[in-house]
Design a protein around this ligand. Structure first.
Ligand SMILES: [Ca+2]
Ligand SMILES: [Ca+2]
Ligand SMILES: [Ca+2]
Length: 154
C-alpha cells in the first residue's frame, strides 16, 4: 500500500513539475491603480497588465484568457503572438483590476490555468505597480513580486 502511495506521490510531483515548466508565459506586471481618478466622468485612466515569455521561442497566445477576482474574463485576440523573452501589454477598463487583493489568472486556449498572481493590492494612485522581479521570475512564491515604478512593456 505504502509503495503505491509513494508511486502516486512521485507521479503527481512529476506531472506538477512538467506543468510548471511548460508555463513559459506568465503574468509579469499589473497596474491596478494608475495615477488619476477612475471614477471621473469620461476618465482616461487605463489599467493594464503585462505578460512575459520566459522562453526564447515565440508563443501563440491567441485565445488565451485572463480572469480577474470578480470572475470576469477577457480573451486575447486570435493570432496574438508573444515573442521569445518579450512582453505583451493589455489595457483594461479602469478598476477591471481590483485595487485591493486582486488575483489575476491566466488560462491557455484550452482553459488550463498556466499562471496566477498572489493577492495584490495597489491603492496608491500613482505609477507604482506590482511586478515580478526580475522579469518572469516564477518560484510560486509571493517573494517573486515587488511594488516598483511601472515598467510597461519592458
Ligand atoms: Ca499604481
Ligand atoms: Ca487611480
Ligand atoms: Ca514590466
Amino acid at each position: 500500500m505504502r509503495s503505491i502511495r509513494m508511486f502516486l506521490l512521485t507521479v503527481t510531483s512529476i506531472v506538477f513539475l512538467l506543468n510548471t515548466s511548460l508555463a513559459s508565459v506568465v503574468i509579469n506586471e499589473l497596474e491596478q491603480d494608475p495615477a488619476g481618478d477612475e471614477d471621473a466622468f469620461r476618465t482616461t485612466v487605463t489599467a493594464w497588465f503585462e505578460l512575459y515569455n520566459n522562453d526564447d521561442k515565440d508563443v501563440n497566445i491567441g485565445g488565451w484568457s485572463l480572469s480577474n477576482s470578480d470572475g470576469r474574463s477577457i480573451t486575447l485576440p486570435k493570432g496574438t503572438i508573444i515573442k521569445g523573452l518579450d512582453y505583451y501589454v493589455q489595457d483594461v477598463q479602469p478598476k477591471w483590476l481590483a485595487h485591493g487583493g486582486e488575483v489575476l489568472r491566466l488560462m491557455d486556449a484550452s482553459g488550463r490555468e498556466v499562471d496566477r498572481t498572489p493577492g495584490l493590492s495597489d491603492d496608491e494612485d500613482n505609477e507604482g505597480a506590482w511586478t515580478r522581479d526580475p522579469d518572469g521570475r516564477d518560484t510560486n512564491s509571493t517573494d517573486d513580486w515587488k511594488f516598483l515604478p511601472s515598467s510597461r512593456g519592458f
